[in-house]
Structures are given as C-alpha cells and as structure tokens.
Design a protein around this ligand. Structure first.
Ligand SMILES: Cc1cc2nc3c(=O)[nH]c(=O)nc-3n(C[C@H](O)[C@H](O)[C@H](O)COP(=O)(O)OP(=O)(O)OC[C@H]3O[C@@H](n4cnc5c(N)ncnc54)[C@H](O)[C@@H]3O)c2cc1C
Length: 482
C-alpha cells in the first residue's frame, strides 16, 4: 500500500453526498494533512436504466454550484469531469500524482458494483482506495439485523431494532479549511454539461420553488424545527398545510446528512420537551428512509421487479391514454390531478398525495407501478431509487410490508378527509377554483361539469371492483401454480 506523504494529494470522489459537513470521506482526507482534490464525475452510463431524470439533472446543477461555493470558501474547489468514473479517477490521479481516492459508500446497486470495480482497478494501479460508511444513512444496512441474523421485511420490527441499535454518532464538523494541491487538474464547465433541460419552459417552476445547497437545507431544517415539527403528527397528512419538512431532495443529494437532521431534531427537543412528540414522529419517517435502503441493499431488484413474486402474473393494463391523462393531471379526480400538476410544476408532491396518485394509477387504472415509478423518476427533484421503488411497491401492494392490495384509496374521500376545504386542489386545479367546498372533490356527483376540466376517466366503484377481480384472479393463479 502506498504511503501518504503530506504533499501527495488525495482525491475525494463526490456522488450523492454533496456537502462539506458530516462528510466522512472529506473529513478523513482533510485530517490526513494531505492536499485534497474534490472531484465530481458525470458518468452517464453507470446507472444504466436509472440515469438521473430531467428534474434530478436540473437539481444536480444547482447542487454542484453550491458545493463548489462551499469548497471555495474553505480554500478549495470542485473539479468536474465527464466520462467513465474509473478512467477519470485514474487519469486525475496520474496527472496530479494523487496517492489515494476516498469516497463514501452508496447503496444503489449500480454504485455498489461501480465501487467494487473502481476499488479493484485503482488498487491494482497502486492507489489507496478508502470507502467510508455513515455518509448516506444512519445505520449501514448490515448493522440492523433480525434476531436470527437476517434482513427485515417488515417496518415496525426494523424501526424497533434501529432504536435499540448502536447510538447514532454525532455529525462530523465542517472542515474550516481544505488544503489545496500545488496544481489543480483541469475542470470542465458545469453549464457545458447541459443538465438543465432546454425548451418546455418547465424548469421555470422548479427555479421558483427551490434553491439548492447545504445552507438552504440547514435553513429549511431550522425553520421546520422552529415552526413545523410540533404539529407534524397532525399536519403531515394535510397537503393543504405546510406540515412537512420538504427536505427530501436535500437528503437525496446529500446536501444535508440524516445524522445532521437526526441530531438537530433531538437537540431541539431536548431544549423544548413540547417538541418531543412531533420530533419522534418526524424521526420515524427518517427510519422509513433507512428501511427503503435496507430493502434495496438486500433485494437490489426492487427497482424493477415486484418484491412479492406473485405479482409477476398480475394482469396489468397497457393503457397509453389513461397513463397520459394521469401524467397530465387530467383524470377528472381533483385530488389526483392536483398532485400530478404539483409534481409537474414543482418537482415534488406531498406524501399523502403521492399515495393517492400511486393508488389511482395502479388500482383504478391497473397501470404497472413501474410506469408510475418511471414518471416520478423523471419529474421528481427528490427521485431516489430506494424510496421511490419501495414506496411504489408499497402502494401497489406488491412490496415488502405493503399496504394490502384490496385497500384501494377512494380519491373522493381522501380529498375530503385530507383537504377538507379544497385549498390544495384549488391551488393546482384552477379550473375548479370557484366551486363550493362541499362539491369540490367530486363536482359530477352534484351534476356540475366545468368547461375545460374532464369528467372522471373511470368510475370509482367500477374501477374498485375491476381491481379486486384482477387481484382475485392473480391469487387463484398463484394457488394453482403452488
Ligand atoms: C409513490 C411514492 C413515491 C415516493 N418516491 C420518493 C422518492 O423518489 N424520493 C423520496 O425521497 N421519497 C419518496 N417517497 C416518500 C415520501 O413521499 C417523501 O420522502 C416525502 O414526501 C418527502 O417530503 P418531506 O421531505 O417533506 O418529508 P417529511 O415528512 O418531512 O420527512 C422527512 C424525510 O423522511 C423521509 N421520508 C418521509 N416519508 C417517507 C416515506 N414514506 N418513505 C421513505 N422515506 C420517507 C424523506 O427522506 C423525508 O425527506 C415516495 C412516496 C410514495 C408514496
């Protein structure tokens, strides 16, 4: 193994950990006393079918700018390169005389494969590769085990096991300064990567809604802890209120770490015990995130295949028109349409509404969950392989610990319960803005049809019965094959 001379640079390879605080790989490199070369590689091929979608690429651009700014304020900078990760790392190491590459462990199957290949190749070249845990999750997936030593498939015991698991380490402090190498390697120009989709005018909505970067993530977290966390248990299901933290894209891109969120939340509720109930409910959601990663780690095919294999024979429909109506927010069900339009205009949807729109697609329209997950993948700014796949499978009834298939959300009742005054649907479906509250979630039931807004593309009662029949057939078929 090569020795680290104080003057030989270390490359820190950034991916979905775009921050300087609580950054295990960066901290270790800085602490070694060596000059550090922060590097981000745009490797378009590594993720195969799961290359980042349009909204994620848009987010990434802002995120990389913010990280570069944070590095520059510490005497460093972000080097950008395009191409095959292994080749780029080798070439940057050769050009700069770097002796090692440090990176945080990621859990998407393509990153796992890539890390192994890169580490093997670089070590053969005589470079030291160090891979760090703790950069993406609170618990490494192998750390949380059933009593029999296996992996969890059900959330509640997983949650309990996390709570009694080892202490969650406090976040690592931000380095005050980062030693620069004597000569910087070449960097590409970020805008030259064309990460922002041109045309459509679509990104205008995203620009109006979001500001990337760790500073912004901290501001949002602080505001949420100040104003939102106390009422989180009651408000988290209400899309008509600002009841959740809206940190998901920041967590996905690693602009804030789950340890930072965890400890900040705990710290605040230690000072203010009235926040305890809300904090516990909030941190439980972070453990849902851990659970998704646990599943992806142990069952890496969940992005493409149903966790429950019986669903391989489910008679999904190939209905291009219905899929398009759903994507455009033109199904005639206001709560579904509001969600799909919120997604298109802002790149984000409230969790309750994600469940409603996903249930509508998979159960009312019988369209495969994979088609929905793909659309989310392209349009969500927080598109995340673990959370998106596990959540779609959960709603569709085919996932681990999934909602049973026969629990079919009624979009009218869901609307009335979680958006009782229609504030949310009026915001996103302006065609129905003038309807009174009592009819807003199902105007057709009162004989009201609004110009320019569609009638329901399918009757709820019929759709429900159809879905139950298809499910019954699948179960009969599964029994027959046993
Ligand atoms: C069909 C469907 C698809 C989804 N796709 C994604 C996705 O691609 N990326 C994504 O981050 N989340 C996804 N979720 C989970 C959840 O909807 C979002 O994480 C949440 O709405 C983000 O908003 P927030 O940050 O305000 O959440 P908060 O309520 O403030 O929760 C804090 C954090 O906890 C995590 N979290 C919250 N709820 C869940 C959950 N149910 N499962 C896993 N983690 C959770 C998120 O990281 C979130 O940022 C999906 C849910 C559904 C039903």
């Amino acid at each position: 193994m090569p020795s680290l001379s104080a003057q030989t640079p270390i490359i820190v390879w950034f991916r979905q950990d775009l921050r300087v605080g609580d950054q295990p790989a960066l901290t270790a490199a800085v602490q070694s006393g060596a000059p550090v070369i922060p590097l981000f590689i745009l490797d378009k091929k590594v993720a195969g079918n799961w290359t980042p979608g349009a909204a994620s690429r848009w987010w990434l651009e802002g995120s990389l700018m913010a990280l570069d700014k944070d590095l520059r304020s510490r005497g460093s900078r972000l080097i950008l390169r395009w191409g095959n990760s292994q080749e780029v790392l080798e070439s940057v190491a050769a050009k700069t005389g770097a002796s090692g590459v440090y990176f945080n462990r990621h859990h998407e199957p393509f990153f796992v494969e890539e890390e192994l290949a890169v580490a093997t190749a670089l070590e053969q070249e005589g470079l030291m590769c160090r891979r760090f845990g703790g950069g993406v999750l609170l618990f490494e997936p192998e750390m949380v085990r059933t009593k029999a030593g296996g992996q969890f498939r059900v959330f509640t015991p997983f949650y309990k096991a996390c709570l009694v698991s080892k202490e969650i380490k406090p976040p690592l402090p931000e380095p005050i300064s980062i030693k620069a190498p004597p000569v910087w390697p070449d960097s590409e120009i970020l805008t030259g990567w064309n990460l922002r989709p041109s045309g459509l005018g679509w990104t205008k909505g995203l620009c109006n809604h979001w500001k990337q970067g760790s500073d912004q993530a901290s501001t949002i977290l602080n505001l949420f802890l100040e104003k939102g966390v106390r009422t989180y248990p009651e408000d988290r299901d209400r899309p008509d209120r600002e009841g959740t933290s809206i940190l998901s894209p920041y967590l996905h891109f690693g602009e804030i770490s789950p340890r930072q969120v965890w400890h900040q939340t705990r710290l605040r509720s230690n000072i203010r015990p009235d926040l305890n109930k809300g904090s516990n409910a909030y941190l439980r959601e972070l453990i849902w995130r851990e659970f998704s990663f646990h599943l992806l780690h142990h069952f890496p095919k969940i992005a493409d295949e149903p966790f429950n294999p019986a669903f391989k024979s489910f008679a999904w429909k190939d209905d291009v028109q219905a899929l398009s109506a759903w994507q455009k927010g033109m199904t005639g069900y206001p709560i579904v349409d509001a969600g799909m339009r919120q997604l298109w205009q802002t790149g984000w949807i409230h969790n309750r509404v994600r469940m409603i729109v996903a249930s509508f697609l998979t159960k009312h329209l019988l369209i495969p969950w994979q088609d929905g997950a793909r659309w989310f993948w392209d349009t969500l700014v927080d598109a995340d392989l673990a959370n998106n796949s596990a959540s779609w499978q959960w709603v569709a009834g085919c996932g681990a610990d999934a909602a049973p298939f026969f629990r079919i959300f009624n979009p009218i009742l869901q609307g009335r319960k979680f958006d009782p005054t229609g504030t949310y649907v009026r915001k996103w479906v302006p065609e129905i803005v003038n309807l009174p509250n009592r009819v807003i979630h199902a105007p057709w039931e009162s004989g009201i049809y609004v110009d320019g807004y569609p009638r329901p593309i399918i009757d709820h009662r019929l759709a429900r019965q159809r879905a139950l029949n298809v499910f019954k057939n699948m179960r009969t078929e599964t029994e027959r094959l046993r």
